[in-house]
Design a protein around this ligand. Structure first.
Ligand code: ADP
Ligand code: MG
Length: 572
């Protein structure tokens, strides 16, 4: 089992894939998001999250927040004497504890997210923090990548470009990603490590302090807490009344603030984020119209004014279908699930669980669409007639991982009529197409007549019972050796069947020179002898020997044929 962790500047969260679905794990208070705050008591005690936040009232000097800002720096934090990694490790330990308590099993591996702009030192420090917390860090992934995974943008289309606007508590960044076949590339990232929701809290607090007059330093944190509460409320309400009773023992404060007040207050703050967007777009060299999606993450994007401004800037609707403060942890969890195999069930819905192909000469499986191909998809190949004057060709549609057609499952069968031609001259194109609903369409076309024959095979191409898939894959592994040697033998035998009469003809028509004869005769004997045994590699070698022994003679035959053709043409 691998867990996914968003180790955020102001908030962190942990998740796991359960029965194929990624879920975030809530603590004892039912909260899925934990403040990234740690209190180090003078006596060595440690508290994390909301508990640590409450220590602000009594022991503010020993409460550490926003430690992520210091990651990768070789420093020791004043008052508590801890390195940034040690503080982060405490946050990770607490998340690990919550997960273990929820799951009822030990957690030892994690995927952890970091901002796209984190350098190697910052990433390495994050990894070390994980190790200090007793977690093996299976992978460090970029936060915008995790966000894109949570929004399912990796499945948008073959190649998608998305902008991830992440406005958290203390930092902002805009990242432009390009995703192709599951590979995520950062095209550009720009941000401001001093821009976030904390600024808004401070603006509201200052307004309250102005209204209250002289407020002693040590109780100002209460004003900040109430300010944040008001800000959050105004994301859904149009007006909110802040009440701080007896903050200094005797005076109380009551102040109503409206959404409009807040919008005015935060206008410049939002514009600062848009400037970064502009810079990132410029760096990426893309036009706005070239983006396939814009998603919002970070708790501060719950603010309606932010959503509107971003939609305005990007000239499109922004995707807000995920909880913005949970998206990154959710994406990390998806990545963890994919790595541990727990997400397999879901991933399988969008890929072919088994290979698809048709039977060809000698009873071989010819794969057109390999296993694990993302759907929708399309593939085709040309086939020819095995015998002279063949009237029709049977197309057997097969599914499975085995080399021989008979060991795979038959999904359907049909015949294509073709023009009668000498062996090897007909051309029949076979195309497989699987649409987004998993319907397989098989189309066969005789290129000479242009006539199409098509069949549809519903659902079975993609909807295969997990157990059956496992059995098929297991059998292909188990029989890999025999299967492979049967394929090699069959292919070599097909080649030998073609080569032997041709060699006879070349010899009869005098294309072979005397010094070549002995080797050719020996090679023919070798081929016939090994064909009678079932030794695959020996037959393959014998066929190769015959092929090279007759190479010069075959070239002479071709040369002669060309000369004759040329003479005919000149004679005309
Ligand atoms: P980070 O990634 O920086 O750790 P988050 O993505 O969790 O942070 O965002 C935290 C910020 O989001 C805080 O400033 C918090 O006040 C703000 N926030 C959370 N919920 C809301 C809300 N409903 N309305 C406005 N701001 C919110
Ligand atoms: Mg964040």
């Amino acid at each position: 089992m691998i867990v996914g962790i968003d180790l955020g500047t102001t908030h962190s969260a942990i998740g796991v894939v359960d029965s194929g679905f990624p879920i975030l794990l809530a603590d004892e208070e039912g909260k899925r998001i934990m403040p990234s705050v740690v209190w180090f008591g003078a006596d060595g005690a440690v508290e994390v999250g909301r508990k640590a936040q409450r220590r602000r009232a009594t022991d503010p000097m020993r409460v550490i927040s926003s430690v992520k800002r210091w990651m990768g720096q070789d420093i020791v934090l004043e008052n508590v004497g801890k390195s940034p990694e040690q503080v982060s490790a405490e946050i990770l330990k607490e998340l690990k504890r919550i997960a273990e308590w929820r799951i009822g099993a030990e957690v030892s591996k994690a995927v952890i997210t970091v901002p796209a702009y984190f350098n190697d030192a910052q990433r390495a420090a994050t990894k070390r923090a994980g190790e200090l917390a007793g977690l093996e860090v299976a992978r460090i992934i970029n936060e915008p990548t995790a966000a894109a995974l949570a929004y399912g943008l990796d499945k948008l289309k073959d190649k998608a470009r998305v902008a991830v606007y992440d406005l958290g508590g203390g930092t902002f960044d805009l990242t432009i990603l390009e995703m192709e076949e599951g590979v995520f590339q950062v095209l550009a990232t720009h941000g401001d490590t001093r821009l976030g929701g904390d600024d808004v809290d401070a603006m509201i607090r200052d307004m309250l302090l102005d209204a209250a007059g002289d407020v002693p330093e040590e109780i100002r944190w209460r004003f900040l807490e109430e300010a944040e509460k008001a800000k959050r409320a105004l994301s859904t309400e149009l007006s909110y009344t802040i009440r701080i009773p007896f903050y200094d023992g005797s005076s109380s404060l009551e102040k109503t603030i409206t959404r409009t007040d807040l919008d005015k207050m935060t206008k410049g703050w939002i514009t600062r984020s848009l400037k970064c967007c502009q810079q990132a777009m410029h760096d990426s060299g893309l036009l706005l119209a070239e983006l396939d999606a814009v998603v919002l993450v970070g708790g501060s994007t719950r603010m309606p004014a932010v959503r509107e401004a971003v939609a305005d800037f990007f000239q499109r609707e922004v995707d807000v279908t995920q909880h913005p403060d949970e998206a990154i942890a959710l994406g990390a969890t998806i990545q963890a699930g994919v790595m541990s195999g727990a997400m397999r069930k879901m991933v399988l819905l969008d890929v072919t669980p088994l290979s698809l192909g048709i039977e060809t000469f000698g009873g071989l499986m010819n794969v057109l669409i390999p296993r694990n191909t993302t759907i929708p998809c399309k593939a085709g190949e040309m086939f020819t007639n095995a015998a002279d004057s063949q009237e029709k060709m049977a197309i057997r549609v097969l599914q499975g991982e085995r080399e021989m057609a008979r060991d795979n499952w038959e999904l359907g069968k049909f015949e294509v009529m073709m023009e009668k031609l000498p062996k090897g001259q007909a051309r029949v194109g076979v195309q497989f197409r699987i649409d987004a609903d998993g319907i397989l369409e098989v189309l066969a076309r005789d290129t000479k007549t242009g006539k199409d024959t098509a069949i549809n095979i519903a659902s079975s191409a993609v909807n295969v019972d997990d157990a059956a898939v496992e059995e098929m894959v297991g059998a292909s592994v188990e029989h890999a050796f025999e299967d492979m040697s049967e394929r090699i033998f069959t292919e070599a035998k097909l080649k030998a069947d073609e080569l032997l009469p041709a060699v006879e003809m070349i010899m009869a028509q005098g294309f072979v020179e005397e010094h070549e004869r002995e080797e050719i005769e020996a090679a023919v004997k070798d081929v016939k002898a090994t064909m009678a045994s079932a030794a695959a590699n020996a037959l393959k070698a014998a066929v190769q020997r015959l092929d090279s022994a007759t190479e010069a003679a075959a070239a002479r035959l071709v040369e002669k044929a060309m000369e004759e053709a040329l003479e005919r043409e000149l004679g005309l």
